[in-house]
Design a protein around this ligand. Structure first.
Ligand code: G3H
Ligand code: 13P
Ligand code: NA
Ligand code: ZN
Length: 328
């Protein structure tokens, strides 16, 4: 059944676990997440980005997720809009039936230009006002995702600032976070701690200077009752990169967010962990391997099946690692 994000995150906070929020764009990804959740008894957050809505079309995104509630009626499921860039986009998602929306006012409507605090408060507050009337939860974001060594936002064509960011823009300030939560009344706060979207997050296995879990602790100490969200939280498994490259891919050396760092953050208020890239890597590795080993096959179902299975495995692993087992 569709539930609000607030309901799931309150439960996660009371019981000390975190929920991976998986980005979905198509049938196989939805099935992968749901099957994984069903096998371990986990609650589900399915999120659709603007890119997902464009790729699949709004009716398909909506009905793919609603189909999941029909096929797995016993699993509590949040239908969440990822990175809404304006109140109008969030209103559109609410009209479409989303039970949760993210108003990302850390950037202006172009999704590229860092916004100031007053703008962020204003747009987020407006979305909270309209969403709460409809029983819909709201995630806001304070701070800009970016690499603390290079000042780069990461992904070229995804959601992220253009040009270089200052060190302080990429680390959410605890005092500002407290003001932001108070001024907006949001349900969950995405924070910046050195992660970024996409596969190319860190040029080495991250240490505390480039992945600031200490900042999570400082923010949590200041606003212990606010549910925190980590974006850019794919772990970018080395074995998946190796498989992709073994079967004809050309991915460069890169590192993601280690699972043990996420587990530490979960002890300090992080309740929603956004994951897209790991599913992309898992599916790509599986398809490359299958087609290389089976050059005579041409039925799309035959290569989509191993891709779906690989996505399911990574989702199941994250549910177990973040403490979701038996929580639904
Ligand atoms: O926010 C970033 C997510 O990974 C979504 O990516 O905009 O390519 O769908 P996308
Ligand atoms: P990754 O690119 O690390 O999977 O992050 C996804 C995300 O934050 C979606 O909002
Ligand atoms: Na941001
Ligand atoms: Zn994100």
């Amino acid at each position: 059944a569709l539930v609000s994000m607030r309901e799931l995150l309150d439960h996660a906070a009371s019981n000390g676990y975190g929920i991976p929020a998986f980005n979905v764009n198509n049938l196989e990804q939805v099935q992968a997440v749901m099957t994984a959740a069903d096998e371990v008894g986990a609650p589900v957050i399915l999120q659709a980005s603007a890119g997902a809505r464009k790729y699949a079309g709004e009716p398909f995104i909506k009905h793919l997720i609603l189909a999941a509630t029909e096929q797995w009626p016993h699993i509590p499921l949040v239908m969440h809009q990822d990175h809404g860039q304006s109140p109008a986009i969030c209103q559109g998602a609410i009209n479409l039936g989303f039970s949760s929306v993210m108003m990302d006012g850390s950037l202006l409507e172009d999704g590229k230009t860092p916004a100031d605090f007053a703008y962020n408060v204003d747009v987020t507050r407006r979305v909270v006002d309209m969403a709460h009337l409809a029983g819909v939860s709201v995630e806001g974001e304070l701070g800009c995702l970016g690499n603390l060594e290079t000042g780069e936002a990461g992904e070229e064509d995804g959601i992220g600032a253009e040009g270089k960011l200052d060190h302080s823009q990429m680390l959410t300030d605890p005092e500002e976070a407290a003001q932001f939560v108070k001024a907006t009344g949001l349900d969950a706060l995405a924070i910046a701690i050195g992660t970024s979207h996409g596969a190319y997050k860190f040029s080495r296995k991250p240490t505390g200077d480039i992945l600031a879990i200490s900042r999570v602790k400082e923010i949590h100490a200041r606003i212990p009752n606010t549910h925190l969200v980590m974006h850019g939280s794919s772990s970018v498994p080395q074995d998946l990169l190796a498989l992709i490259n073994q079967y004809g891919g050309k991915m460069k050396e890169t590192y993601g967010v280690p699972v043990e760092e996420i587990q530490e953050a979960i002890k300090f208020g992080v309740r929603k962990i956004n994951i897209d890239t790991d599913i992309r890597l898992a599916m790509t590795a599986a398809v490359r391997k299958f087609l290389t080993e089976n050059p005579d096959k041409f039925d799309a179902r035959e290569w989509l099946k191993p891709a779906r299975e690989a996505a399911k495995q990574i989702c199941k692993q994250r549910y177990l690692e973040f403490g979701c087992e038996g929580q639904a």
